[in-house]
Ligand binder design. Structure first.
Ligand SMILES: Nc1ncnc2c1ncn2[C@@H]1O[C@H](COP(=O)(O)OP(=O)(O)OP(=O)(O)O)[C@@H](O)[C@H]1O
Length: 278
């Protein structure tokens, strides 16, 4: 069996002390298989970003163990085993699209010819070849986010960590970006841990949707959308949005979000309107 992309075991993250103590995560266990797409969903403050930050080694767990491809999170960061994309694209305004995408390669000493070839490949992958020389302020929000994704993919990571990367986009652009992300993941085979507030987004993109609840932040359930009849994320096409399995999975995630543990058995079908859990 191949090594899991992420293994989180018995993780607690407690901020502050005494009366100011906030238990952001309590006893969280999570495994993301190599090549698997897993979304984290739950109400504001349930610890989604905290969990992602721990995996990215941007923060340290109070207790428990986190492995990325079998390595401690710090080693995985040093080895650049993952790429990161956040809600704000975080591009450098004075650099062109090419300049932004090649930055990680430059920082890590890749030579100019290798950089040029890789950046051309990535720009094509995210459909921005015509904008290679543009600056971020000449791009739409969706295009900026595509640049950020290309940058995250620059060093061919086997894992992407994404925190609401499409949260600031309008609904039409957002769906288009979701379609592109599905395609990019199929092409690269990367595993993804993806934070979102949107149930349809989580269902459309994922193999599994992990539902969290706040105070203390913990995992209350996991919906395997393949069990609801959808294909695996790497074989997903836009048609999935109209399939029965999609609606079943949306209903399952919603039931867990609103009913907590044990909710799945008690609920009937649901539509996909009113699905942002912020
Ligand atoms: N650096 C910090 N210091 C103190 N408390 C923190 C810190 N970071 C997060 N928290 C608290 O931990 C809890 C979880 O926060 P987190 O940002 O992970 O939630 P979230 O589920 O990502 O929320 P949202 O959906 O609003 O982004 C919250 O109660 C938050 O206030």
């Amino acid at each position: 069996m191949t090594e899991a992309a992420i293994t989180v075991t018995g993780v607690d993250r407690i901020f502050g002390k005494g009366r100011k103590e906030v238990v952001a995560l309590r006893d969280v266990d999570l495994t993301v298989a190599d090549g698997e797409f897993v979304s984290l969903i739950g109400p504001s403050g349930c610890g989604k970003s905290t969990l992602l930050r721990l995996v990215a080694d941007l923060d340290t767990a109070t207790s428990g163990d986190i492995r990325v491809f079998g390595k401690v999170a710090r080693q995985a960061r040093l080895d650049q085993d993952y790429g990161i994309a956040f809600q704000q694209a975080g591009l450098l305004p004075w650099r062109t699209v090419t300049g932004n995408i090649e930055l990680p390669l430059k920082l890590h000493g890749a030579d100019a010819s290798l950089r040029k070839a890789r950046v051309a490949e990535l720009i094509e992958l995210v459909g921005l070849t015509e904008f290679a020389k543009s600056h971020p302020d000449q791009l739409s929000g969706g295009m900026q986010q595509r640049v950020a994704i290309a940058r995250a993919l620059a060093e061919s990571p086997r894992l992407l960590l994404m925190d609401e990367p499409f949260g600031a986009l309008d609904e039409i652009t957002r769906e288009r970006m979701q379609n592109e992300l599905v395609r990019i993941c199929a092409e690269t085979g990367a595993a993804v841990l993806f934070v979102t507030h949107s149930i349809p987004e989580a269902v459309f993109l994922s193999d599994r949707v992990v539902v969290m609840s706040p105070r203390p932040g913990r995992i209350t359930g996991v919906v395997d959308v393949r069990a609801d009849g959808l294909t695996g994320a790497h074989d997903r096409t836009e048609r999935a949005r109209d399939e029965e399995g999609f609606f079943r999975a949306v209903a399952d995630v919603r039931a867990l979000l609103h009913g907590g543990e044990g909710a799945l058995a008690e609920t009937g079908p649901a539509g996909v309107d009113s699905v942002d859990v912020r």
